[in-house]
Design a protein around this ligand. Structure first.
Ligand code: C2O
Ligand code: CU
Ligand code: CU
Length: 506
């Protein structure tokens, strides 16, 4: 319960919410036509469920540049078919618009801050410059200001599913939870595979929100996991229709602030093509996947026989217990597709990063009473302290240790890594990731990576955003092979005065 500290006073409300969710999430109510009205579910009747899955609005790059003005403001948003209050959105859209670019493109954003607190911009998982006005999360975009973010995405960038969200320490949780989060799609991960040409892609952005009892507005984070309304692209239990034998690519992204999804599709196996935007070495076939906050999985689904199947969250005990819930309905109907697609045997070769590491580090994630209560190696985040210096070209091995009583999803900016061991035992390496779980109660996760380019400061942190905001983050600085440092100035990283700093992040 630690990451929902804010809640103690809200227990009655949380209980009331739990009743509603239990009623609306019962398997019997997976009927896409919507549940029959019952007196116990009165409040929930206002939300619309069972509509065809819609895709968030798309903004594409043109001639190599994606230009977009993003206005962050609190207000109404269309959620589950209704206009609800107190969401925090970019341009009024929940989820935020999907940005679609190609490797080698430039992203040029104009960010208008109409919020009461500072904000900034992060492109989660992109391998790009973390300094200046690029993917720099140490910037401060003050309320009432307009700032530019310009990010050049390398030509050889991995093609896949990424996302973007603000990252101002102290306000990230509230802003992402409120709705400042959207997908960022780079290229087309199916492009290299001739047998998958023309496969339909469905983006599925997973967000958990706590609604007031009357379902008219978002309430600040503070409930238990099981009282959240679980949305897919801002819809409640939407429906995907497929023909028997049809193959689709489902691009699942957990852009929730703190919800863990252990996912299963009734009657179907999941063929994972990519995780965190990185194509795996071969398809990984599994019945369930666990998506911790910030993680993505691009999954090939081949529809079986006619029928109705639920994409569900099955119970997962992260320390907080996430219960069973329906996310979406797959309706398989019509005639069987004429030619069965074959799946590629291998996807892409993997750089394994074997041998003696050049540097070994241990990061220990702990929770203590008080604020900041979430620490890495006994320290809370301080943007003035560089905790880890990492040389380009050096093989890094980091061991992440979690003595606390809940799982922490560890995320590293700028450079992706492979997970080599979990709880001390070697695990099969399927691909690179940007976020990895560190299991609770003494769990360890060992990662390896080599930073090849980009100098400057970036961060690593727990992606339960309440934890990040309350200390569980550190600064890493990428330095050159001979110790060179980035000299790119940051226009709006101006040091807050010591007094201002004392109150920062609380
Ligand atoms: Cu999704 Cu440090 O970010
Ligand atoms: Cu990130
Ligand atoms: Cu955490």
């Amino acid at each position: 319960m630690r990451h929902r500290l804010a809640i103690v006073g809200l227990a009655p409300l949380a209980l009331a919410g739990a009743l509603v969710v239990l009623v609306t999430a019962r398997p019997g109510h997976a009927d896409p036509a919507g549940p029959a009205p019952t007196s116990t579910a009165v409040a929930a009747q206002q939300l619309v469920s069972g509509q065809p899955l819609a895709q968030p609005p798309v903004v594409r790059s043109k001639n190599g540049v994606l230009r977009l003005r993003l206005e962050a403001a609190k207000g109404q948003a269309r959620v589950a078919g209704r206009m609800l209050d107190d969401f925090i959105t970019y341009n009024g859209s929940f989820p935020a618009p999907t940005l679609v670019i190609e490797p080698g493109d430039r992203i040029e954003l104009e960010i208008v801050n109409r919020l009461e607190h500072e904000t900034n911009m992060h492109t989660h998982g992109l391998h790009v410059d973390p300094t200046g006005i690029a993917d720099n999360v140490l910037r401060l975009m003050q309320p009432g200001t307009t700032s530019r973010t310009v990010i050049d995405v390398p030509k050889g960038h991995e093609q896949g599913t990424y996302w973007y969200h603000p990252h101002h320490h102290g306000h990230t949780d509230e802003q992402v939870y409120g709705g400042l989060a959207g997908a960022l799609l780079v290229g087309d991960p199916l492009r290299p595979f001739p047998t998958l040409r023309g496969v339909r892609k469905q983006l599925m952005l997973l967000q958990g929100v706590q609604l007031a009892d009357d379902q008219t507005r978002l309430v600040p984070e503070g409930s238990s996991p099981n009282t959240e309304t679980l949305l897919v692209n801002g819809q409640l239990r939407p429906v995907v229709s497929m023909r028997p034998g049809e193959v689709q690519l489902w691009r699942l992204a957990n852009i929730s602030n703190d919800h863990f999804y252990r996912i299963r599709l009734a009657g179907h196996r999941l063929r994972v093509l990519a995780q965190d935007g990185n194509t795996l070495d071969r398809l990984w076939t599994t019945d369930t996947i666990l998506l911790a906050p910030a993680q993505r999985a691009d999954v090939l689904v081949r529809a079986g026989k006619q029928g109705t199947f639920v994409l569900e969250q099955v119970p997962y005990d992260q320390g907080n217990k996430f219960g069973r819930a329906d996310l979406l309905t797959l309706r398989v109907s019509g005639e069987r597709v004429r030619h069965e697609r074959t799946f590629p045997r291998t996807l892409q070769p993997l750089k394994l990063l074997e041998g003696e590491p050049d540097a070994e580090r241990t990061l220990t994630f702990t929770e203590v009473d008080g604020d900041p209560g979430f620490l890495i190696n006994g320290e809370a985040f301080d943007h003035n302290r560089v905790s880890e210096l990492v040389k380009l070209g050096h093989l890094q091995e980091w061991t992440l240790v979690n003595p606390s009583d809940e799982d922490h999803p560890f995320h590293l900016h700028t450079n992706d890594f492979v997970v080599t061991k979990v709880n001390g035992k070697p695990v099969p390496i399927r691909g690179y990731q940007d976020t990895a779980l560190v299991l609770r109660s003494g769990g360890t996760t060992t990662i390896r990576f080599v930073a090849e380019d980009f100098l400057g400061k970036a961060v690593y942190h727990c992606h339960i955003l309440f934890h990040e905001d309350h200390g569980m983050m550190g600064v890493v600085e990428w330095i050159g092979r001979n110790g060179e440092r980035s000299t790119t100035p940051c226009p709006d990283c101006s040091e807050p005065s010591p007094d201002a700093h004392a109150g920062h992040g609380t």
